[in-house]
Design a protein around this ligand. Structure first.
Ligand SMILES: [Zn+2]
Length: 175
């Protein structure tokens, strides 16, 4: 069997192992590493329990947040929370606006398997008027240099929901 191909770019290594199952990656220091395909699969049976309405909401194009039922507190969470993290009382669901603003963001140049096809990709913490916490989601349809803190963004929902947090993402408002 011929020795696997030696390549300097990891992208080329990924393409090569896709074709042949093995390649040698030579890094900037000249170290040569054998890289192989190592497929694995794990199926989880996962219950969303009290968070279920949030994921069912995404499938209907709704972003649900949690509101503290203690009227003296009334904290608004932009995420599913069964109980208030401020006062400990139960929460109730309310619909968040579909528009928000970038609170903070990062561009990921390495991604887990689910995101390899869209790497590099942007992750943003989105803030909503009146809500006291932020929602972490992908920010699409814009480049790294176009994003800024305070940027208006709006939610987009997957037409084929998978009941996952990736069923929602944001794009620059008005696009
Ligand atoms: Zn509270």
């Amino acid at each position: 069997m011929p020795k696997p191909k030696t390549l300097d770019k990891f992208r080329d290594v990924q393409a090569e192992i896709g074709r042949t199952g093995a390649a040698i990656f030579r890094d900037a220091a000249g170290v040569e590493s054998l890289v192989i395909r190592f497929p694995y699969a794990i199926e989880y049976i996962h219950s969303y329990a009290e968070d279920s309405p949030f994921f069912l909401g995404l499938a209907e194009g709704k972003l649900l947040g949690s509101r503290c039922t203690n009227r003296r507190c009334g904290f608004l969470f932009a995420t599913p929370r069964g109980h208030c993290m401020v006062c400990g009382k139960p929460t109730e669901w309310f619909e968040l606006p579909k528009q928000g603003r970038v609170h903070s963001w990062t561009t990921c140049h390495f991604g887990s398997e689910a995101f390899l096809a869209e790497t590099p990709y942007n992750l943003a913490l989105v803030e909503f008027a009146g809500a006291g916490s932020v929602l972490l989601a992908r920010l699409k349809d814009c480049t790294e240099s176009e994003i800024y803190v305070g940027m208006p963004v709006e939610a987009r929902f997957s037409p084929i929901p998978k009941y996952s947090i990736t069923d929602v993402w944001f794009v620059p408002a008005g696009r």
